[in-house]
Ligand binder design. Sequence first.
Ligand code: SF4
Length: 375
Amino acid sequence: MRARTRAEDRAACSFCPKLCRHACPAAQAEASEAATPTFKQQVALRALERGEALDTGQARVLYKCTDCRGTVDACRHRISVAESLREARALAVQRGVAPREVHELARRVREHGSPYARDLEAVARGVAPEAHARRGALGVFPACAELARAPEDLARALALLRAAGAAPSLASPGRCCGYPLDAAGLREDFERHAAGTAHALAAFDEVLATGPSCAYTLAVRYRELGLRPPGRVLPLVVRLAAAADRWRGLAPAEAWSRRAAYHDPCFLARRLGRLREPRELLSAATGRPPLELAYREAETRCSGGGGVYPLTHPAAAARCGAAVLELAREAEADVLVTACPAARWRLARARRPGDPEVRSLVSVLAERTGLASPD
Ligand code: SF4
């Protein structure tokens, strides 16, 4: 059967009575018609297919999306709204009507190599000066969110990999994978940036990305662009999970006293399909399977961190994180563990009094095995 075009997807959504709005984190967080997939797709269709004018207000509607693909399972046509909106965002950028935050993002990445106005290569070198390399069999590519917000997790990841018998190098070329540019519709910036990052990582046989969206961007989006991606790209948790027996042997015999729930990051669960590995790791570290949230695995709820949503809609993005924390409270967890540096940061920022603590998977693993300092 012929695959539907994006234009056909937009037309289908435009006539849909908003059947997937319950699964769209932006629609839920904003509680507005403008944030529903149907409305966003109507704006995209009018601009892309009908050639109608796109003003700054309409363009901002296109950014009411966390790029989580959360509505795909809820749609009988399995339409992915995020990919459609990315095309429409590119048009908004081209016409100069994209939100000013998007142009500011482009400037920051051009100047600093990532969305953070900091020298992240220096941060990485500070974490593990001895591991820094330009080539090698196994390179660890740190997410820019991790370097900016929790560089100690990178040190933990390297220590854990060494304990698992690997000899990782730090593949941190001072530039991110470019995911925020891609998500924002900054097509030319993304292509230029991705070419530079692909070149910088080309001499590694295998790259472990600490961020799920980085793993997806390096492995899938680079290939779609026609770039030669680095050798084999995997999310860090996959390599760590291969040593689950070792972690089980190093962790104390008695189960962790804390009640840990696991939050599936959207990119890891939905795009990369990695559901088993993080649970296996958490079980090995804590001595029992994690508590499960009411929405989990492919139905996971977004922390609000993707699609540059926190940049253009910070208050609503925080409400997405708060909704995930609410699920953790309902599960009676006192720790919420996630395997995405960006999600960890978003969830930690959204915490209110009484909410569970938010921890990264590597920090729990490091604490329980005694291989690196805990939080
Ligand atoms: S993605 Fe599917 S369910 Fe959602 S608005 Fe489009 S057609 Fe409707």
